[in-house]
Ligand binder design. Sequence first.
Ligand SMILES: [Zn+2]
Length: 256
Amino acid sequence: MQPPTTIRRRLNELEVRRRLRERPRVQGRILAPAGMFRRLPKAPGLYFPFYHDVPREYGRDLRRHLRTFRDIGAMVSWDDALAILAGRKPLTGPVFCVNFDDGHLSWRDVVAPILFDLNVPATFFVTTGLIGEAGNLTWSDVRELSGAGFGLGSHTVTHHRLADQDDMVAARELLDSKNEIEDQVGVAVRDFAAPYGNPAVDYLQRDVIAAREAGYRSFASTRRDAMHPGDSPMSINRQGLHPAWPLWAVRTRVHG
Ligand SMILES: [Zn+2]
């Protein structure tokens, strides 16, 4: 039996998107024209650009992105970003809070040296079930990132879509990952990034409530708008980027 046309079309779209993700330079070139009429931000606003794996071949590109942000505004830690949202620190221009998802080995080998070199703070959202798996960090690596001054947050245990889980399982994803990072690294974990990150699709209001109950102070999505003082830390907007993208493609995600 054939699935209905709309579903088939949707599956095709997903397939195209998946293939593009595997070819980030092509994806960046396709996105770029849409950035033609966008400008990098000039007005006060808080942006949370985030990345995943940064293979060595994209190290120079990541450096170029970060330098571009640094030329426009301040690069702040997650703590400082939350202080700005709470009105405890001023927001005088565009401000960037860089972060990374999943647990890739390249964070240790490629990303951290670049962040050090450019003096850019960052937070790493760790999927605890990935730690120690091939291509990912070990707990010893995660401890080193933390010891070097980078922030750590949770990105669940299994990277399953929270919205697909029942209440109990979803709550365990939030709590068990937090506990494991805290046990393994010895730091308090209070920031969470939802896998896939679309509100009401990939996670539910139920999960935000469970996160607060588990002791999290912030909850990150993949909504993209700039943030401002007074916005809720339990609904952090982030802009997903790939270092291979040209700046025009970056402007489709990070813009004024
Ligand atoms: Zn992820």
